[in-house]
Ligand binder design. Structure first.
Ligand code: C2O
Ligand code: CU
Length: 464
């Protein structure tokens, strides 16, 4: 049972779903569209999946991890039919594209949950270009392997690359029949489910709560990595998505610098770095100019002493060992402050019309994550009005880090004005996020650590 489902009173008339706000359709009617409809089907089902050695029983879309990628042009209409063959309710949430609220896929908030045996068709204009993704929004389902990349191509993309590769990162729990729900039970009891919890790890305080047996790139363990092939001196755009539930990754490509071009789908002034950190829910696009040889694309699970691996091959050479740690991992590390948005002026310092202060609270011991000391309550909503300039100020009062995500909007970070939809808030830090209330509806704000979200670090931004 998911958090929202658990909180939703049962019985006739108890739904917390508001009637669709007429402004939802009006706002969508203003979105530019190509008029093309792209049709997809997703079947959420139990499946046996080969991770490149380990064969696991899990839940996946159409039996594959990741699920098949959606790739459309900005302005296309996405029509996706979800069939639920799971034994529990589910939905699909579209993480990243600004879309109409009634297609946002939050069960018991923006739609009725899709019951076992049921189906639901999502249909919306996808006009936010960028690297996005989709996943369920119930309980710990995401940590079973239900996720897929959603690429919205930009018609104004200047190009300048020969390849366009999607790299989806994940932490994988389900090797011995332990389910994410059992792990969650263990975290609540204080034994970590698999018997080992972490404090803050790594030099960046980005450790996690759960130890995973595997870390995956595009559904493969490091012993049998995905191989991307190209020719020397070609340029590859690499779209990184962190679909993990409890793992930040430090990403580097052996013998290469990474040119960072987009953060959460939005263009930034290009910056070169050796490595970058990506929290759960975040995306980065990078461009690399390829040397000749065979190179490891490594994602180090921060604080967990484990890696995910893919390979880039442009010529002869010996494949790197699956445990390789290229020197770039400890080279320059990208910071948010290095990134400047393209085509936007910095925040003007004008006071917002409304500010909501969200203290991130709770701890590992009692596993009582919340906001302002309270667990999620779907009745409680942070009020805003259409057209307002809204500031959400996250203050992390806990000892763990939290990747905070807002649905349906993007925000600009105080300072640089970097535009994002998911932002890492380190322990003790305060992050101000400014947005314009331009997408009416009821929208989740939550930590993208599946276990923090599920135990209560979530709230709702509600248009009046
Ligand atoms: Cu990717 Cu509410 O989540
Ligand atoms: Cu969290």
């Amino acid at each position: 049972t998911g958090l929202l489902a658990a909180c939703t009173p049962t019985g006739a008339g108890a739904s917390l779903i508001l009637p669709t706000d007429p402004r939802v359709g009006e706002v969508e009617a203003l979105r530019r569209t190509t008029g093309h409809t792209r049709r997809y089907r997703f079947t959420a089902q139990a499946a046996q999946v080969d991770l490149g050695g380990p064969v696991v029983r899990t839940w996946a879309y159409d039996g594959s991890v990741p699920g098949k990628e959606i790739r459309v042009r900005a302005g296309d209409v996405v029509q996706a039919e979800l069939s639920n063959l799971l034994p529990v309710d589910t939905t699909i949430h579209w993480h990243g594209p600004a879309l109409r609220n009634d297609m946002d896929g939050v069960p018991s908030l923006t739609q009725e949950p899709v019951p076992p045996g049921g189906s639901f068709t999502y249909r919306f204009i996808a006009n936010t270009p960028g690297t996005h993704w989709l996943h369920p929004h119930s309980g710990t389902q995401l940590d079973r392997g239900l996720y897929a990349a959603v690429i919205v191509e930009d018609p104004e993309d200047p190009g300048g690359y020969d390849h366009d590769w999607t790299v989806v990162l994940d932490d994988w729990i389900d090797d011995t029949g332990t389910t994410p729900d059992e792990v969650l039970g263990g975290l609540r009891r204080g034994d970590g489910g698999r018997g080992s919890m972490h404090g803050m790890g790594g030099g960046t305080a980005l450790g996690g709560d759960v130890r995973y047996p595997y870390h995956l790139i595009n559904g493969r363990v490091p012993a049998a990595p995905v191989v991307f092939t190209a020719r020397p001196r070609q340029r590859a755009r690499v779209r990184l998505v962190n679909a993990a539930s409890d793992t930040a990754f430090r990403v580097a490509l052996g013998s290469h610098r990474l040119r960072v071009t987009h953060s959460d789908g939005f263009a930034v002034q290009p910056v070169d770095t050796d490595a970058l950190l990506i929290g759960m829910g975040e995306r980065y696009d990078i461009v690399v100019t390829l040397e000749e040889g065979v190179f490891p694309l490594v994602a180090l699970a921060e604080g967990k002493d484990a890696t995910a691996l893919a390979m880039v091959r442009t010529g002869e050479g010996t494949p790197p060992p699956s445990s390789i740690r290229p020197a770039e991992l400890i080279g320059d590390l990208l910071r948010y402050d290095d990134l400047r948005p393209v085509g936007e002026t910095p925040p003007l310092g004008v006071p917002p019309d409304v500010e909501h202060r969200l203290d991130l609270t709770g701890g590992m011991m009692s596993y009582d994550w919340g906001i302002n000391g309270l667990p999620f309550d779907p009745v409680r909503r942070l009020p805003i009005r259409e057209g307002q300039r809204v500031r959400i100020t996250f203050r992390n009062r806990s000892m763990m880090w939290h990747p905070m995500h807002l649905h349906g909007h993007t925000f600009r970070l105080g300072g640089t004005g970097l535009r994002k939809d998911t932002v890492i808030v380190l322990p003790g830090r305060t992050v101000a996020c400014d947005l314009t209330a331009d997408n009416p509806g009821q929208w989740m704000i939550h930590c993208h650590n599946t276990y923090h979200h599920e135990t209560g670090m979530a709230t709702i931004l509600g248009y009046r």
